[in-house]
Design a protein around this ligand. Sequence first.
Ligand code: COA
Length: 165
Amino acid sequence: MVDRPANDAPFRVLRDVELGHGVIVNSFTNLYGCSVGDETRIGPFVEIQRGARVGARCKIQSHTFICAGVVIEDEVFVGHGVMFVNDKRPRAVREDGEFQTEADWELLPTLVEPRASIGSGAVILGGVRIGAGALIGAGAVVTRDVAPGRTVAGVPARLTERGPS
Ligand SMILES: CC(C)(COP(=O)(O)OP(=O)(O)OC[C@H]1O[C@@H](n2cnc3c(N)ncnc32)[C@H](O)[C@@H]1OP(=O)(O)O)[C@@H](O)C(=O)NCCC(=O)NCCS
């Protein structure tokens, strides 16, 4: 673990982040309470929340949101503007009108296995597992597990006829 990214960039927040060697973190990013493995590259306008884990040699493209409960293993590609989701039935407030706290909702964990790729603008609902080497089409909404090596696309995401080449 090291105490800073491999590059300099203005306007980024890194708070309580476990960083591997050679990590690139671009400007306008907000990373807190998470871990990022060796040589991973984080594009601008990315947020990675507390408890999320990103492996080594990943590419996280701009405008992506990686929430608590997400584990991304090594050499995964995450396209631009990918949204992970961890709360199936979100509410701002409880029945009594008070804001919800962490005790008031169930976090659904998500696993992305090595060398999977997630296309731009995809939404990954909580509680799914994306298998090793799988490919998620741009704009897909992934609602179920994706088997290793398979390609899915659409809303909801379904298998395409062809696998990845
Ligand atoms: C899903 C994907 C892998 C399919 O590629 P492919 O197998 O070469 O598919 P084709 O382009 O031959 O299209 C096959 C069919 O799927 C449809 N299709 C392709 N991509 C789609 C997508 N993302 N969502 C929904 N349908 C899609 C096509 O319209 C076509 O439909 P048709 O047969 O009814 O005409 C690819 O289109 C994709 O979305 N890749 C992700 C790219 C990306 O986001 N990169 C990020 C950084 S730039």
